[in-house]
Design a protein around this ligand. Structure first.
Ligand code: ADP
Length: 161
């Protein structure tokens, strides 16, 4: 049978434990998960594309069902070309939902064959976002419980550099 691939798109600046949780739970539903890392730097990421990619690669080095790709352009086109059956997204709360619902309708219009599957964040991750983690770390707060250890180290080094 054909392998069922899900695309998990985002900025991942940087990857948090919330993201890792969605990937792992996605692997219980799909044969493979491909992280589609946004190349577009208009959000002025703190980590360059190659750095974000290396951090994700290291996180999933032992898991051959997870891969990473660069996303530049229409997500549904990326998903179609990759042969994906679904787009995977995490939902933390109402503001995620408002945005995601619009995207679902637009993406369904553009590519009716590709479903979007939402996983609600774990309670303990529901307040974790890359931007909040960066902000708190910048102010000297401890964010180590929200990041994989190697990413926490990289963030601290980045903020010091
Ligand atoms: P984007 O720029 O698309 O918002 P993010 O890297 O912030 O990119 O998020 C990528 C995906 O991961 C989104 O679906 C987002 O809802 C989800 N996500 C982010 N943080 C968490 C978390 N703490 N728990 C669950 N899902 C999350």
């Amino acid at each position: 049978m054909r392998e069922r691939l899900a695309i998990f798109p985002g900025s991942f600046d940087p990857l948090t434990n919330g993201h890792v949780d969605i990937v792992r739970r996605g692997l219980a539903l799909f044969d493979k998960v491909q992280v589609a890392l946004a190349i577009n730097e208009s959000k002025r990421p703190i980590f360059a594309f190659d750095e974000r990619r290396a951090l994700i690669d290291e996180m999933f080095a032992g898991e051959d069902r997870v891969s990473v790709g660069g996303l530049d352009g229409l997500l549904v086109e990326y998903a179609r070309q990759a042969g994906a059956v679904a787009i995977l997204r995490g939902l933390r709360g109402p503001s995620d939902f408002d945005y995601e619902l619009k995207m679902v309708h637009m993406n369904h219009h553009l590519a009716p064959g590709i479903e979007t599957v939402f996983l609600a964040s774990r309670t303990e991750q529901s307040f974790v976002s890359s931007s909040l983690v960066k902000e708190v770390a910048r102010l000297g707060g401890d964010v180590s419980s929200h990041l994989p250890p190697h990413i926490h180290t990289a963030l601290v080094a980045k903020l010091q550099g």
